[in-house]
Design a protein around this ligand. Structure first.
Ligand code: FAD
Length: 474
């Protein structure tokens, strides 16, 4: 695009959001070009520049967002939404340039409504901030992902995120009551005032997980909960994963713990040993029970009976409490893998009849085809019908190609191998990190002809194809 047209568009955007909220400065473009996607960080690490937006624009509300989208539609330039930039799938990277719309000015907390049990806030609010607002009134959001302090309400909704207490309180899609969304043509809509209804398909669920490809979420009502009267932890050690799965499934037919996390032997003997202090061999499981004390006591009794039956060693409450205190430490420097290592989390989800096979097949496929890679896993989010694998591959620095093109090839080949193995064995391409540009190519393999449902919605809502191009396989 020529300089003259660039300046014309910039002046229109400045008119829409205020000159101070529209930047074309190189530093702002640079800092909005690398998210937590390994490839974007590797690319920058090798001295290369990731694709950048031409205009970094920060609207204050839905009305300003609407004006930005109308300008983008007129000039047919791409719009990529950026929340906290904490996504792992390259979803917020402006791969085709154009407008980078940063939501963080939309961070107002409008209402902590203890009558309706929700908090209403701008989608650019950092989740920790809405947690504090709920805490001030004696309530809690119960959404505790490890990125609580760096990712936004809109980002979690757009990627269908999840926190550590998900087994009792649900995923982000269980926590949203109502949303305000700006459609690609600039129309501002609200989803229905209550999420469980029979007034047609659920609009919330069309925009949750849509990764900024169908519209921009500008406001949301998120559920809040009473603080639990009692929260008790218990650590267990299983001899093998099969016993742990059977015990977990049986427990979930009776009641729901808040935290339920099982580590394979490899993670138990490394991360759990280092951070939580468990020195023993086996598969470590941490459980948190919470709510009204009398109910928690009953749940505790039932849990001990079931876990006893499967030969679990009771490690008491100490390790579980330590785990809760250190739950974010797992991601601190020195504990979390980082460049120059190559790594990735291929979270997948499946019913209990498939999940253990998926784990072993993925481990075999990755470690056989890529002997330079290690595969470790834990199982973080459990339901009555199945659970998810938080499975990671790690390639140590001496085996990571220095050439960025070769590093990209190896990275994508490992991902293809792992995710295709998961799909072939009945898993889903991703559980809670989303798709972004990282996994877009695998969406058609997951959905087959069902992909036309998403493509049809995209075509209808965004006929000019300006919204976050090449993400979500769209
Ligand atoms: C250390 C670490 C730990 C993590 N732990 C967890 C975890 O426990 N659970 C979990 O779920 N995730 C976790 N993540 C991943 C990340 O926090 C989530 O993917 C989160 O949803 C990203 O939110 P964000 O605001 O950072 O979004 P961004 O990275 O800015 O954007 C993510 C995607 O959402 C779109 N988007 C953002 N805002 C909007 C909006 N308002 N409307 C429409 N589209 C929008 C973007 O275009 C992009 O496609 C972790 C990340 C890190 C770095």
């Amino acid at each position: 695009m020529n300089d003259f047209l660039m300046d014309m568009i910039a002046s229109e955007l400045e008119d829409a959001v205020g000159r101070e909220n529209c930047s074309t400065r190189p530093i702002d473009k640079l800092t909005h070009s690398v998210d937590y996607f390994w490839l974007s960080r590797m690319w920058a690490d090798r001295g290369r520049r990731m694709p950048e937006g031409d205009f970094i624009v920060s609207p204050k509300n839905a009305q300003e967002t609407s004006k930005v989208l109308q300008i983008a539609n007129y000039y047919k330039i791409p719009v990529t939404t950026w929340g906290g930039g904490g996504g792992t799938q390259g979803g917020a990277i402006p791969v085709c340039g154009g407008i980078l719309l940063d939501t963080k000015r939309m961070n107002e907390i409008y209402d902590v409504n203890t009558n309706g049990m929700y908090i209403e806030c701008g989608a650019g609010a950092i989740y920790k901030h809405i947690e504090w607002a709920a805490n001030e009134k004696g309530y809690a959001t119960m959404h505790y992902p490890s990125s609580l302090t760096c990712s936004t309400v809109g980002g979690f909704l757009a990627h269908r995120g999840i926190g550590v207490s998900s087994t009792k309180y649900g995923k982000i899609d269980d926590m949203a009551l109502q949303m305000e969304v700006v459609l690609p043509n600039g129309d501002i809509i609200e989803t229905s005032p209550a999420p469980k209804h029979a007034a047609g398909p659920d609009l919330n669920q069309i925009f949750i997980g849509s990764e900024g490809t169908l519209g921009i979420i500008t406001k949301a009502q998120m559920r809040i909960y009473e603080q639990p009267e009692s929260r008790q932890f218990r650590g267990f050690l299983f001899h093998n994963m099969t016993d742990a799965f059977n015990a977990g499934r049986e427990l979930l037919q009776k009641f729901k713990p808040s935290v339920m996390r099982l580590y394979d032997e490899a993670e138990t003997s490394t991360l759990i040993k280092k951070i939580v202090g468990v020195e023993k061999k086996g598969a470590f499981m941490n459980i948190a029970l919470e709510g009204v004390k009398e109910l928690v006591d009953v749940e505790h009794k039932i849990m001990m009976e079931i876990f006893n039956k499967y030969g679990a060693e009771d490690l008491g409450s100490e390790y579980g409490e330590k785990w809760w205190k250190e739950k974010i430490t797992f991601f601190y420097p020195g504990h979390m893998m980082d460049l120059p290592q190559m790594f990735g989390t291929m979270d997948t989800i499946a019913p209990y009849d498939k999940i253990e096979k998926i784990y072993w097949e993925m481990k075999k496929a990755i470690e056989t085809n890529f002997p330079q890679a290690r595969f470790i896993a834990h199982f973080s989010h459990w339901y009555e019908w199945g659970c998810m694998i938080y499975d990671r591959f790690i390639v140590d620095k001496e085996n990571v190609p220095e050439d960025p093109h070769e590093a990209l090839r190896l990275h994508n080949a490992i991902w293809n191998c792992g995710v295709r193995t998961a799909i072939a064995n009945g898993g889903v391409v991703n559980d809670h990190h989303g798709v972004g540009i990282k996994l877009g190519r695998l969406m058609k393999e997951q959905y087959g002809p069902a992909m036309q449902v998403f493509e049809g919605m995209k075509k209808q809502l965004d006929p000019n194809g300006i919204m976050n191009p090449f993400k979500l396989g769209l």
